[in-house]
Design a binder for this molecule. Structure first.
Ligand SMILES: NC(=O)c1ccc[n+]([C@@H]2O[C@H](COP(=O)([O-])OP(=O)(O)OC[C@H]3O[C@@H](n4cnc5c(N)ncnc54)[C@H](O)[C@@H]3O)[C@@H](O)[C@H]2O)c1
Ligand SMILES: [Zn+2]
Ligand SMILES: [Zn+2]
Length: 338
């Protein structure tokens, strides 16, 4: 069967490998139907993801159909439409004991630390496979994973009905944060540098859009909030400057949620944090968000129209990556269809 492997930085190949087989009673065999391409896949491809080990079959935004189940599997059966929760954890460390498995000391992400879903079949343990409604399109189901990232950021920021939430960046992650914040009843402001991305964000429910290359974002937010600032700032741009800005834009008793993996320093005065008694929170992947996000998808509360912008076959995977690089403003989410 076919699989997409990053062999070394800049070298991605479509390889032939044996179809995997169920080896343990609690595993299921999934026929992969669609895989989303994420910014982190691009980083693995370019050798700029310090966590990834190569060679690696990439892909962590995965949906497919169960074709076979192990003897001990109780909750799934052949024919089920499913999505994969791509994290493996130790179950013993402090984070795992607290129920925050996503920051497990020995965290391994499928498609990053171990082989992921960009292959025709994958075997997964039952507990990391979630059933979705058969009525969902593959192009909806494939978005469950990125929406769990948005749900986690909202959970970390304790977004409440009536809050004003400022989301920095209208890329796929910012958009997922936006949808979830709207469903929670927040007023949402979103910024980007691209008018096209901003007008899409508007169509997805943003109450205010700000082009950070044209306006002073901080001043605009103070105007919108009558000088209060945003109760929650979610940084989905993730550069040193946006993190520093977030601390200044947050209201008293506000929350600042960071999603980035940038190791450069930001300049942040402690005065702003202490005076406003801010809470600054990291948000990494997700814990326990799959059931809630799947419920929103299944009941049709969360609509994802327009998010998937390009579809490629597995044979066109190199074209897909080049397209994303050449035309970033035309791509919200590109997917590989099997
Ligand atoms: N913590 C996690 O679990 C997690 C998961 C996935 C992605 N991420 C991170 O989230 C970030 C966003 O991911 P994405 O896929 O949406 O990326 P993206 O690059 O598609 O989107 C970023 C957006 O920010 C905009 N932007 C750039 N500079 C800006 C500025 N100064 N002000 C406002 N907007 C600006 C860009 O135009 C772009 O639309 C990345 O850094 C990624 O690594 C974190
Ligand atoms: Zn991703
Ligand atoms: Zn652990």
């Amino acid at each position: 069967m076919k699989a997409v492997q990053v062999v070394s930085p800049g070298n991605m190949q479509m390889i032939e490998k044996e179809k995997p087989m169920i080896e343990h009673d609690h595993e299921v065999l999934i026929k992969v139907k669609m895989v989303g391409i994420c910014g982190s896949d691009m980083h693995i491809y370019h050798g700029t993801n310090p966590l990834a080990t190569l060679p690696r079959i990439i892909g962590h935004e995965v949906t497919g159909e169960i074709v076979e189940v192990g003897k001990g599997v109780t909750g799934l059966q052949a024919g089920d439409k499913v999505v994969i929760e791509p994290i493996e954890t130790c179950g013993k460390c402090y984070a795992c004991r607290l129920g925050r498995r996503n920051v497990c000391r020995e965290l391994e992400v499928y498609g990053v630390h171990r082989d992921g879903g960009m292959q025709e079949y994958i075997v997964m343990p039952e507990h990391l496979v979630h059933k979705v409604s058969p009525d969902l399109d593959w192009a909806e189901a494939v978005l469950v994973e990125p929406f769990t990232i948005g749900a986690q950021a909202n959970w970390r920021g304790n977004v409440q009905k009536g809050d004003t939430v400022f989301i920095m960046g209208a890329g796929p992650i910012g958009l997922c944060c936006l949808k979830i914040a709207k469903l929670k009843g927040a007023t949402c402001i979103i910024s980007d540098l691209s008018d096209e991305r901003l007008s899409f964000a508007k169509s997805w429910g943003a109450d205010y859009i700000l082009n950070a290359s044209c306006v002073n974002v901080r001043e605009e937010i103070m105007k919108i909030t009558n000088g209060e600032g945003a109760n929650v700032v979610i940084d989905a741009v993730c550069i040193p400057q946006t993190f520093a800005d977030a601390v200044e834009i947050a209201s008293v008793a506000g929350r600042v949620v960071t999603l980035g993996f940038d190791s450069r320093f930001s300049q942040i005065p402690q005065l702003s944090i202490t005076k406003k008694e801010l809470t600054i929170l990291g948000s990494r992947l997700q814990t326990n968000q799959f059931p809630e996000v799947i419920k929103l998808f299944n009941e049709g509360t969360l609509k994802t129209d327009g998010m998937v912008t390009q579809r490629f076959t597995i044979d066109e995977v190199k074209d897909a990556f080049s397209f994303i690089e050449k035309e970033p403003n035309q791509v919200r989410k590109a997917v590989i269809e099997f």
